[in-house]
Design a protein around this ligand. Structure first.
Ligand code: NAD
Length: 277
C-alpha cells in the first residue's frame, strides 16, 4: 500500500513515517511538510532508512497519487488535505485536531461523491478509545461529570479534540437515556464562573492544562451519591497512537464518506457496541 504523510516533519508525522517504513505491506511514497521541503528523508528524519524527499505541498502528488494520505499537521492544512483527497478519490486518515464538526460533515459528503472515504479521529490510542467508550457507558448513571485534560505546552488547540469528543459522546448518551443533562451546577449563577472550565451542552465541565514535559493525558471524573468513578488515560509517548493509525490506514479503503473515530475498528472487534460514525 502506497502511503503519503502530511505534516511529516512534525512530532506525530515523524512517528507515523517511522511506523509506516517498518510495515511490510506499506511503502512511504510522500512526505509533505513546508518546513522541511527539499530535504532528504534520512537527513530530515534521522531515520536509518531511505524514504521520499520532503515536499512543501500536496500538488506534486496530484499525478502520482498514493493509496492513502495520512495527515498530522495543523487544522488549516488538514482541511486542504481532506479536500484534495476527496476531489481526487484518495482515502485519507486524519489525526489533526481543531476542525469543527460542521466542516467535517461537509468534507465527508465530498468523499461520498467520489466514492472514497476518510477516517478522522481525535485520538488514535487504543486506551483513549476505550476511555471514551467507558465514559459514554457510565454517563447516564451519574449526576456530575468533569474532564481534566493535560497536554504538552506546544499544543495549539484547547480543549483537546479528545476532551471535546468525550463530552459530546457523554452528552449524546444522556440524551438517548432521556435525562438530557447532568445535575444543575449552582456555581453557574455566580459571575464570573471562569474557574469551572468549558461546559458542554449536557453539563460536562472540561478543564485544560498545558504542561511542559507531558504528551496527552485525560481524566473523566463522574460522581453521584456517595461515589465517584475516575477513568484515566495517559499517552507517555507518541508511539501509543501508532497501532490505531496503522489500523485506520489498513481499513480506510473500505470506508465511503466520513468515519469519525476508530471505535468501530477497536471496540467493534471486542464485541461491544460500535460508533462507526
Ligand atoms: P507539530 O507542530 O509537531 O507538527 C505539525 C507539523 O505540521 C509541523 O512539522 C509543520 O511544519 C507541519 N505543517 C504546518 N503547515 C503545514 C502544511 N500546510 N502542510 C503540511 N504540513 C504542515 O504537531 P504534532 O504534535 O505532530 O501534532 C499535529 C496534530 O496532530 C495536532 O493537531 C495534534 O492535536 C494532533 N494529534 C492527534 C493525535 C490523534 O491521536 N488524533 C495525537 C497527537 C496529536
Amino acid at each position: 500500500m502506497r502511503v503519503g504523510v502530511v505534516g511529516a516533519g512534525g512530532a506525530m508525522g515523524l512517528t507515523v513515517c517511522s511506523a509506516i517504513v517498518a510495515q511490510e505491506d506499506m511503502e512511504l511514497v510522500a512526505a509533505v511538510d513546508p518546513r522541511l521541503a527539499g530535504m532528504d528523508f534520512r537527513h530530515a528524519t534521522g531515520l536509518a532508512v531511505s524514504g521520499p524527499q520532503f515536499v512543501g505541498d500536496l500538488e506534486s502528488l496530484r499525478y502520482d497519487t498514493p493509496d492513502v494520505i495520512v495527515d498530522f499537521s495543523v487544522a488549516e492544512a488538514a482541511r486542504a488535505t481532506l479536500r484534495f483527497c476527496a476531489d481526487l478519490g484518495i482515502a485519507a486518515v486524519v489525526g489533526t485536531t481543531g476542525i469543527d464538526q460542521g466542516e467535517l460533515l461537509e468534507l465527508g459528503r465530498r468523499f461520498e461523491v467520489s466514492h472514497t472515504g476518510c477516517i478522522v479521529a481525535a485520538n488514535f490510542s487504543l486506551g483513549a478509545v476505550l476511555m471514551m467508550h467507558f465514559a459514554e457507558l457510565a454517563a447516564p448513571l451519574f449526576d456530575t461529570a468533569e474532564i481534566v485534560e493535560m497536554h504538552h505546552n506546544a499544543k495549539r488547540d484547547a480543549p483537546s479534540g479528545t476532551a471535546l469528543m468525550t463530552a459530546q459522546r457523554m452528552d449524546a448518551a444522556l440524551r438517548s437515556h432521556g435525562s438530557g443533562s447532568f445535575a444543575e451546577d449552582p456555581t453557574l449563577s455566580e459571575e464570573p464562573a471562569r474557574s469551572r472550565g468549558l461546559r458542554s451542552e449536557g453539563g460536562v465541565h472540561i478543564h485544560s492544562l498545558r504542561v511542559a514535559g507531558t504528551v496527552a493525558h485525560q481524566e473523566v471524573i463522574l460522581g453521584t451519591d456517595g461515589q465517584t468513578l475516575t477513568l484515566r488515560h495517559d499517552s507517555y509517548d507518541r508511539r501509543s497512537f501508532m497501532p490505531g493509525v496503522l489500523l485506520a490506514i489498513r481499513a480506510v479503503r473500505s470506508v465511503v464518506g466520513l468515519q469519525q473515530g476508530i471505535d468501530a475498528l477497536v471496540v467493534g472487534r471486542l464485541g461491544g457496541e460500535t460508533r462507526g460514525g
